[in-house]
Design a protein around this ligand. Sequence first.
Ligand code: PLP
Length: 398
Amino acid sequence: MKLNQNFSKLGDNYLFAEVERRVTAYKTEFPQADVISLGIGDVTQPLSMKVVDACKNAATELSMRAGFRGYGPYDGYPFLKNAIIDYYKLRGIDNIHPDEVFVTDGAKNGIGNFLDLFSPKCTVLIPDPVYPAYVDANVMAGHKIIYLDGRENNFLPMPPARVKADIIYICSPNNPTGAAYTVEQLKAWVDYALDTDAVILYDAAYESYIEGSDAARSIFQVTGARDCAVEICSFSKMSGFTGVRCGWNIIPMNSPLNRMWLRRQAVKFNGTSYVVQRMAESALRGGYEDTKKMVEVYRSNAKLITKLFDKLKIQYVGGVHAPYVWFYTGVDSGEFFDYLLKKARIVSTPGSGFGKNCNGWMRITSFNTPERTAEAVKRFETFWKEFVEVKDKVLTCL
Ligand code: PLP
């Protein structure tokens, strides 16, 4: 077999699989342990009943001759595209055309499959740390990767001087750091992309967590972005759709990527299911109040965590505009992960898994119930006081 040799360049373990492996090993050894998960970035709240009703109604429609539907449009049904366009209008972006909206079965596919449109000779700029799928998808595609160290700017890297790339990844609010760009900061990226003839793949999967107007909610708030950017978004974290699967890409019509993506989807994707699209429509329309409430729960969990971190004077970013808090421990991330699990029965995620420059950092998420988050915060406070006392004796300090 002539296989894609790029696969042999992938790291051995996908980060979350490794976390899962260690937690399973711990639970096997201590089956009675009450473990609180603040690790994997998966939602925990059940779906809105309005969204569930939309699901039932859509399924019932399909059971009737008049309402039955087979294959849908490759790029999504107009009812969902229009709901997405109206969602952008709420944020002052009122120039998105229905042909620019592509419904997907989630942002991971919207991001990963998008690489089909580019030459294998591309050079890509990827912030470090970042959502690991960007790196792995580009390794598979054989692209040259240049990492951008964001530490010096609160984990928000700015355009590098004298570097030419073809594709730029921006994730804002960021996974794992929770840091979010302002419109002015994004303007620097848009200008850079226009100057260097690059495309920005802007991942806005957490835009619904943004509070107030400090942070940008869309790359299309920036003048010039329609000439250089594609936006990818998701219902996963805003409406609890991680298992339901729905997202969207916005690709301006003046870009050749628009027609190419339609062609790509027509060949390799037969559309997101009708039922799911009706659920997604409900999440933005009749069920939108529930969508906002769901996000609010995770936001207030994040505030519980950052309040404690302020009290303990822990160095962190995120927690505002994002369900992630990214904090510094001063010790090896993998060891800290094990120590926190063992001493406080809390699952976190080692920062070292998200980038080359992140040993010592950890990510915890607010994706849990308010009660479990409060319990985790209580445990963490006791844990941290002890950890500070003993860290240089029991863990590898950096
Ligand atoms: N983009 C980022 C930054 C994410 O953190 C995630 C999931 O955690 C995704 C995309 C994937 O989202 P989806 O569930 O829509 O595939």
